[in-house]
Design a protein around this ligand. Structure first.
Ligand code: NAD
Length: 439
C-alpha cells in the first residue's frame, strides 16, 4: 500500500518505519527541513532504541523516504496518517494548529481518494470537525479515521509492532477494510482491533493516559503517608501489585510523571470537562499531586541545607522524563532545576541521552551539562537521582562518595537499597521509604 505519514516526530517516525518494515511504501513528511535532511542522511533526530537500524534498512530497500513537501508526499497515496504535535495551549486545551495546518495541506494536495487517519492525540470531537473541514477543501473522497497511538517512548518499536490493542474510530466500511488490512499483521497473536465510533476512540486515548497518571499520583500521595508512618512504599507496592485486579505497572512512586503525553492529556480532559460543564475533581487532584511531587527532592534538600542554596552545587542524574528516551518535554527535572536555580544553587546535570536537547535551554543560568555522570559529582553537595537510567542503578558508590563534597544522595526513583546506602555512609533519602527508621 502507498502511505504518507505527516509529522516525523516520536510517533510519526516510528509509525512510518514500522509500516515500511511490513512492506508498505511509506513517505514521511515533516515541515522541519533540518529533521528531513538528517533523516535523509540516515541520522535519526530522536533517541529510540532500535529505530535507527530499522530506518536505514527500509530506506535502503526504497520502502521509506522523507520529504518536506506535503504535495509530493501525498501524491498517489491511499492512506495518510497525521502524526503532528498537539501540545497544551494556555487554557489547558490541546492546540490543534499543527493538526489543522497538516490536514489542510493534505486536502489541498490530494490526487485521489484517501483514508485520512489521525494518529495524534486529539480532543473528543476532532474527527467530525476534521471530516467537515477536509471535505470542504478537496473534491476527492476522504474517509476519516481516528486511530490513537499507545506506544511508549523507549520501547516504541515493540509497542507498535505488538500492540495490546488497536483502537480505530471510523464510520465507513472502506475505512474499516483499509485499517484491518494495515493492522492485521501486527495483531497475529489475536490482540484485538477494536472498531468503534469516533468519539469513543478519541476518549479512549485520553482515558488511558489519565488512568495511568492517576495510578502514579495515587502511589505518590500514598508514599508521603508511608514516609511519615515508617512504612516502605516499595513493599506496599508489591503487596498491592500481586492482586490481579491491581497489577504491577505504573505503580512506582517517584518525582512525578512528565513527558509529552500524560501532563497535557490530563490537562486537556480537565479543560474539556470544564468547558462542557462536567467538572473532573479526580483528575484535578491527580494533577495537583503531581505538581507537588515534582518538588519532593527540593523538600528533602531543604532538610539538609535549609531554603537558601547559595554556594551549594547540586547534581542531577537524569534530565529525560524517563529512561531510554531523550524527550525532556514537561520533564520533572526541568522544574527541579528551575527551583534549585531560584534558590541560588549551582546545578550540574548528567543524562545518557537528553543533554543535546538542553544545550541552549539554560543559557545565562548556573546550570552545567556534564557528559560523564561521575564528573558531574565532583565537589557537589548532593546528588539528586531524577531519571532511573539503567547505568545509574549499579554505580561505583565508593567512587561517588570520593567525588561528592558531602555524601548526600536523594533518590527520586527508589533505585538504591536504603540500608546498604546508609551502611556505605551516605545520607540517603528515597520516596516513601520508612522515614521513621531512616535517621
Ligand atoms: P513531535 O513533536 O515529536 O513530532 C511532531 C512533528 O510534526 C514535528 O517533527 C513537526 O515538525 C511536525 N509537523 C508539525 N506540523 C506539520 C505539518 N503541517 N506538516 C508536516 N510536519 C509537521 O510529536 P510526537 O511526540 O511524535 O507526538 C505526536 C502526537 O502523538 C501527539 O498528538 C502526541 O500526543 C501523540 N502521542 C505521542 C506519544 C509519545 O510517546 N511521544 C505517544 C502516543 C501519542
Amino acid at each position: 500500500m502507498k502511505i504518507a505519514v505527516i509529522g516525523t516526530g516520536y510517533v510519526g517516525l516510528v509509525t512510518g518505519t514500522c509500516l515500511a518494515e511490513n512492506g508498505h511504501s511509506v513517505v514521511c513528511v515533516d515541515r522541519d527541513p533540518a529533521k528531513v535532511a538528517s533523516l535523509e542522511k540516515g541520522q535519526i533526530p530522536i533517541y529510540e532504541p532500535g529505530l535507527e537500524d530499522m530506518v536505514a534498512r527500509n530506506a535502503e530497500a526504497h520502502r521509506l523516504s522523507f520529504t518536506t513537501d506535503t504535495a509530493k508526499g501525498v501524491a498517489g497515496v491511499e492512506v495518510v496518517f497525521l502524526a503532528v504535535g498537539t501540545p497544551s495551549s494556555e487554557n489547558g486545551r490541546a492546540d490543534l494548529s499543527q493538526l489543522l495546518g497538516a490536514a489542510d495541506a493534505v486536502a489541498a494536495a490530494l490526487t485521489g481518494p484517501v483514508v485520512l487517519v489521525t494518529k495524534s492525540t486529539v480532543p473528543v470531537g476532532t474527527a467530525r470537525m476534521l471530516m467537515k473541514r477536509v471535505r470542504e477543501r478537496s473534491a476527492h473522497t476522504i474517509d476519516i479515521v481516528s486511530n490513537p497511538e499507545f506506544l511508549k517512548e523507549g520501547d516504541a518499536i515493540n509497542d507498535f509492532m505488538k500492540p495490546d490493542r488497536v483502537v480505530v474510530g471510523c464510520d465507513s466500511e472502506n475505512a474499516q477494510r483499509v485499517m484491518r488490512n494495515i493492522y492485521e499483521p501486527f495483531v497475529r497473536t489475536d490482540n484485538p482491533i477494536l472498531f468503534m465510533d469516533f468519539e469513543s476512540s478519541e476518549l479512549t486515548k485520553y482515558a488511558s493516559n489519565a488512568f495511568l497518571a492517576t495510578r502514579i499520583s495515587f502511589m505518590n500521595e500514598l508514599s508521603r503517608v508511608a514516609m511519615t508512618m515508617g512504612a516502605d512504599i516499595e513493599t506496599v507496592r508489591k503487596g498491592m501489585g500481586f492482586d490481579r485486579r491491581i497489577g504491577h505497572l505504573f505503580m512506582f512512586a517517584g518525582v512525578g510523571y512528565g513527558g509529552s503525553c500524560f501532563p497535557k492529556d490530563v490537562r486537556e480532559l480537565i479543560a474539556l470537562g470544564r468547558e462542557e460543564g462536567v467538572p473532573m475533581p479526580l483528575l484535578e487532584a491527580v494533577e495537583n499531586v503531581n505538581e507537588q511531587q515534582k518538588a519532593i527532592l527540593i523538600e528533602y534538600l531543604e532538610r539538609e541545607y535549609g531554603k537558601d542554596l547559595k554556594g551549594k552545587t547540586i547534581t542531577l542524574w537524569g534530565l529525560a522524563f524517563k529512561p531510554r528516551t531523550d524527550d525532556i518535554r514537561d520533564a520533572p527535572a526541568l522544574r527541579i532545576i528551575d527551583e534549585l536555580v531560584a534558590r541560588g544553587a549551582h546545578v550540574r546535570v548528567s543524562d545518557p541521552a537528553a543533554l543535546g536537547h538542553a544545550k541552549n535551554m539554560f543559557a545565562g543560568k548556573p546550570v552545567e551539562l556534564v557528559e560523564d555522570a561521575y564528573e558531574a559529582l565532583r565537589g557537589s553537595d548532593a546528588l539528586l537521582v531524577v531519571t532511573e537510567w539503567a547505568e545509574f542503578r549499579r554505580p561505583d558508590f565508593e567512587k561517588m562518595k570520593g567525588l561528592l563534597r558531602k555524601p548526600v544522595v536523594l533518590d527520586g526513583r527508589n533505585i538504591y537499597d536504603p540500608a546498604a546506602m546508609r551502611a556505605l555512609g551516605f545520607t540517603y533519602r528515597a520516596i516513601g521509604r520508612g522515614d521513621k527508621h531512616a535517621s
